[in-house]
Design a protein around this ligand. Structure first.
Ligand code: HEM
Length: 429
């Protein structure tokens, strides 16, 4: 293919017209990822997909921000995913609007606030060192399966929820199935996560409340306008008793929402940083020598390895964005890596520049749904970077290093193999 159906020339490498035949779950979008996103930002601010019921894709920073902030005209109450399977149970606060969404955020935000997250730094460092101990004598590791995916998951499970890390492997698979697996299997993925967390929430319900995330979820919130009772197969005409305590299912939905974030998002960041350190030894040395460079560098890594790719909204009125008029009911996907790669905001966005200075990180979104886990993601980035710099000093690509990507609502990577001069275990867990 060399032109789009609206007559624009496309890169010769494209095998799909991402302007008019966009598909978030396609092999082509996964493989032509950066080039497709950059082209959408440059020339097609509102792309179109005819997959399933069809949807629009908005990619520029200003448009993504505007829609994410305008929850009155762009609702989240029909779900985060285009062509969402009807029977998929809703998750909160993701799949509802204010004021109900605000109630959940007020209830949960404190437990992921900068101050609370900071108090976990020592425990995150312990987890990171424990994991590095498992491979440091070998002098090489599979970055994702031995470090980048297990670190966030262990931290979330063990430190934040107090759940046994032995239970993690099937749940990490379930989150992957729910977020990037084939669409037909996503309800099943969420179902596995819901049923595991439902059982643990019930167990904690019989115990004394604590000052933690589980107890905050258990305390629940009052029902309010902003959620869609028919999502997940509920009756469309259900009578909602506003002001009554939310049902048990909403609590499981809230714990599942934060857990999917806790397990499924920081991996891409940590893996990306490891790859960057291996490919840029001079920058690695600068970051090793000068700790003051690290906070801004981490912000840049979060921008460059933005793991949440696309979240949907539904237009609730006739509204125009970047020359396209949406009709009520139209599904609109916000492409966050478009916003993070918009040259209007970030000069040479395709380049990773650890000295880049900016204040708003579009990778975490905007408006009421802006990421609740951003401080935890930053802490995970900080600890992962520090422990890799200190303990794996000369990272380099190893034999069999063949990164493979998978893209849908989130972007995932696997197959990164790096080597380094073997070192000594620190011991203990
Ligand atoms: C680098 C890592 C991360 C990135 C890039 C990221 C990105 C995002 C983005 C773009 C949104 C906005 C979605 C929207 O507008 O519809 C979001 C929301 C959310 N994130 Fe994150 N996230 C990350 C880490 C985390 C972590 C570690 C957690 C959990 C501890 C988490 C939990 C959530 C939740 C629950 C929401 C929904 C908030 C709401 O609807 O009010 N995220 N995230």
């Amino acid at each position: 293919m060399s032109t789009t159906s609206d007559g624009l020339e496309t890169p010769a490498t494209w095998r799909r017209d991402h302007h008019n035949d966009f598909d978030l779950d396609s092999v082509e979008f996964n493989e032509e990822y950066e080039s497709a996103i950059d082209d959408l930002v440059a020339r097609c601010p509102v792309a179109h997909s005819s997959v399933g019921k069809g949807y629009h894709v908005v990619s520029r920073y200003a448009d993504v921000r505007r829609i994410a902030q305008d929850w009155q005209n762009f609702s989240s109450a029909d779900g985060y995913q285009p062509n969402r399977p009807e029977e998929m149970p809703p998750i909160y606060p993701d799949e509802c609007d204010p004021p109900y969404q605000t109630r959940w955020r007020r209830q949960l935000d404190h437990h992921l606030s900068p101050r609370v997250v900071r108090s976990y730094e020592a425990s995150v460092t312990e987890h990171a060192n424990f994991l590095i101990d498992q491979f440091i004598e070998r002098g090489e590791f599979d970055v994702v399966s031995e470090f980048a995916s297990v670190l966030p998951s262990r931290v979330w499970f063990n430190s934040f929820l107090g759940l046994p890390v032995e239970d993690l492997p099937p749940l990490m698979d379930a989150v992957e199935q729910a977020l990037v697996g084939p669409i037909e299997g996503r309800t099943e993925g969420w179902g596995k996560l819901f049923s595991y967390l439902d059982a643990h929430l019930k167990k904690r319900d019989g115990e004394e409340p604590r000052d933690d995330m589980m107890s905050a979820v258990l305390a629940g919130v009052e029902l309010d306008e902003g959620f869609n009772p028919s999502m997940g197969g509920g009756p469309a005409d259900a009578k909602i008793d506003m002001g009554a305590p939310c049902p048990w299912s909403h609590k499981v939905a809230a714990l599942s929402n934060v857990t999917a974030g806790g397990l499924g998002t920081a991996t891409y960041l940590i893996a990306g940083m490891a790859q960057y350190l291996a490919a840029n030894p001079e920058d690695a040395q600068r970051l090793r020598d000068d700790e003051s460079l690290r906070p801004q560098a981490i912000e840049e890594f979060i921008r460059a390895f933005a793991s949440v790719v696309a979240m949907a909204r539904t237009a609730t009125s006739e509204v125009e964005v970047a020359g396209t008029t949406f009709q009520p009911g139209d599904r609109v996907v916000l492409l966050f890596p478009g916003a993070t790669r918009d040259p209007e905001i970030y000069e040479n966005p395709g380049e990773i520049d650890i000295d880049r200075n900016f204040t708003v990180n579009a990778a975490f979104g905007f408006g009421p749904h802006r990421c609740i886990g951003s401080h935890l993601a930053r802490l995970l980035g900080k600890v992962a970077l520090a422990t890799m710099l200190e303990r794996l000093p000369d990272l380099t690509a190893a034999e069999g290093n063949e990164p493979r990507y998978l893209t849908s609502v989130t972007r995932e990577v696997s197959g990164i193999k790096l080597s380094f001069t073997p070192g000594l275990k620190l011991g203990g867990e």
